[in-house]
Each structure stands twice: as C-alpha cells, then as structure tokens.
Design a binder for this molecule. Structure first.
Ligand SMILES: [Zn+2]
Length: 334
C-alpha cells in the first residue's frame, strides 16, 4: 500500500527534473546539447553486433542469433546464417534481418577470406532470414535464390510494413530494402555446384512456413536446416503445419550429416534435431487425443500443454498459439 502512495510522488518529482535543469545556466545547457549530439551520432551508426563467425565444418562459418523474437536490443540478430567457402567466392545460406547486419557479417568474413559473395540462398520467406540480402545484391551483384513467396508477400518500397521496420530502431534498419529474388526455388531437389562445392537445395513444402527449403552439402556432410529445426527455443508455427513439420524433420534426419545447423539455436551435433522431433511428436499426439475426447477449440490450451518445453526460450510467447494452430490443422485433417 505504502508503495502505491509513494510511487506517484516519485514520478511527479522525476517529471519536474527536465523543467528544473532547463532553468540552469547556459554552460550546462551547451554541455547537454553537445552530449546529445554525441549520443545521436553513436545512435545513428546502429548496433555493433560484434560478430564472431563460428566454424562449424571445414569451409563453413555460421553466425548464431539470440533465442528471442526481433527486439530493439538484438536489432534483428535472432536467426542463424552461414557462409560457405567455394573456389573464388562465398555462398551464403540466409542473409540475416538487416542491411547493417549483413554488412557486419561480411566484414567479419572478409577477415577470414577476402572474396566476394556470388550467391545467396534463402530458406524461407520470414524476414529475419533474408531482409539483409539487399547488401549482397548491391555490393556484389550476388544472385539471390529463394521461395516465390518472398516476391508474392513482400513488395519493394513497402519496407515500413515489415516486422523489422516495425520493431527495430530506425538506425538499425537503415539501408534495409525488400529485394527481388533472382531465381525462384523449385520443387523437389535442385543440385548446384558453385566453385567446386556441391549443394542440394531441397523443397520441404509447407512445414515451418508455407514454403521451406533446406541446403545439404553432401561432400561436407553438413545440413543447413533453417527453421524446420530449432533448439533451445520454441518454434513459431503461425503459418506452418504440424504434419508438414514432422515430414520435414524426417527428411532432415534421413540425410547423412555430421553437422546440422538449425535456423534458431546453437546445437549443431547429432542431437540438433532432438527437440524439434519431440516437440512436434508430443504436439500431434496430445492434440489428437484431445480431439478424440471432443475437447473444444476454446479449451484446448487448458488441456494441451507441453511442460517438457516450459524452460525453453519463448515458450510463454509462442506455445499456446502453436497449440491452437495445431488444433485447427489436425481437426481439419481428421
Ligand atoms: Zn521462420
């Protein structure tokens, strides 16, 4: 009770502070002004991501984002992207969320090997994975390969409508542009050999998003799975499919790899797929059991929970939506 009485008083006196300091001497005002100019200059340059690419396999370096949604604090660095070394150029798997992120990622990679980026291959249409691609088109004329949905759902000039522009600070999205995909991804498996490195770009259909792809490097036994595999955090199944996810995870697991890089998360060893496998298995089983018990849509979040994942990042934010979406999907599939 005491707290409630005291707080408004504190707020009131804090509110008076700017007025009080505005009345102070000219020198102080000047000092303050130069300080704010300084602050603005630092702010305008945007976030320094302090990127340290991690070598996950011979010639493959990845940048691992934090386990969260896009926030002002992380400036959109919350997804993973990888650089693949080929003869004469880098090939990129996903481009990160902003121009400035891409610029810093390239600067870090240039120290490892100074060569251009020839190709950017994208996993899916969610903007945290590709909005940075414009940096590579602009500076290297890199060819961008990705889902047709990027062109269908995102129009150049409409940057302000993207999640990144809505959430991040202006100085962190500066220069970020919606790109036009140069080559639309095809169904099935497309095999590229770029600079002597063989890559298989495999369509997974609707799984995590409406149109997902993985990139498999058979010669290196590396799987770049993007968002059909996550660990350490809960996935967002907002426009995906439980059945599609299970199928996509099976596809990932059916291929021979020693390293599997998730779209979000830090585990890349043989256990990389474990959490996603368990999450979707339990989600499907529990929703089907609830449907058999005639549980209504309005009650599904009370009946189906996934306590096994309660400690995973973003559980509180995403799990109940995933449960509701899974209910709608599996009820229709029934
Ligand atoms: Zn995604």
């Amino acid at each position: 009770m005491l707290k409630k009485i005291v707080n408004p008083l504190v707020i009131a006196s804090v509110a008076l502070l700017p007025l009080m300091s505005a009345c102070s001497s000219d020198t102080r005002t000047e000092a303050k002004a130069s300080e704010s100019v300084k602050k603005e200059v630092t702010a305008k340059s945007g976030k320094d991501f302090k990127l340290e690419p991690k070598k996950v396999s011979e010639g493959i370096y990845c940048m691992f984002g934090v386990l969260d949604g896009p926030t002002k604090e992380n400036a959109g660095f919350m997804s993973n992207s990888c650089y693949i070394e080929t003869e004469g150029s880098w090939v990129l798997w996903d481009a990160g969320a902003t121009y400035k992120f891409a610029e810093q990622a390239y600067a870090a990679m240039k120290k490892i090997k100074d060569m251009p980026v020839s190709t950017v291959i994208l996993s899916h249409e969610h903007d945290d994975h590709w909005l940075g691609a414009g940096y590579y088109q602009k500076n290297f004329g890199a060819k961008v390969i990705g889902s047709k949905l990027i062109g269908e759902h995102f129009k150049p000039g409409h940057e302000a409508e993207t999640r990144m522009y809505t959430i991040l600070k202006p100085e962190d999205v500066e220069g970020t542009k919606i790109i036009t995909v140069d080559e639309t991804a095809k169904e099935g498996t497309t095999t590229f050999t770029i600079g002597g490195v063989e890559m298989k770009y495999v369509s997974l259909g609707q799984a995590h998003s409406e149109d997902d792809y993985l990139l498999y490097l058979p010669g290196k036994k590396v799987m770049l799975a993007a968002d059909v595999i996550m660990n350490g955090r809960i996935t967002s199944n907002r426009d995906g499919s439980v059945l599609g996810q299970i199928k996509a995870i099976d596809t990932v697991k059916s291929m021979q790899w020693d390293v599997c890089v998730p779209g979000h998360g830090f585990i890349t060893d043989k256990t990389a797929t474990d959490e996603s496998t368990l999450y979707f298995k339990l989600l499907k089983e529990r929703i089907i059991a609830a449907l058999d018990d005639d549980v209504e849509a309005t009650e599904i979040n009370e009946v189906v929970t996934l306590p096994e994942f309660k400690k995973a990042a973003m559980y509180d934010m995403l799990n109940s939506n995933n449960v509701s979406a899974a209910y709608t999907e599996l009820e229709m599939a029934d």
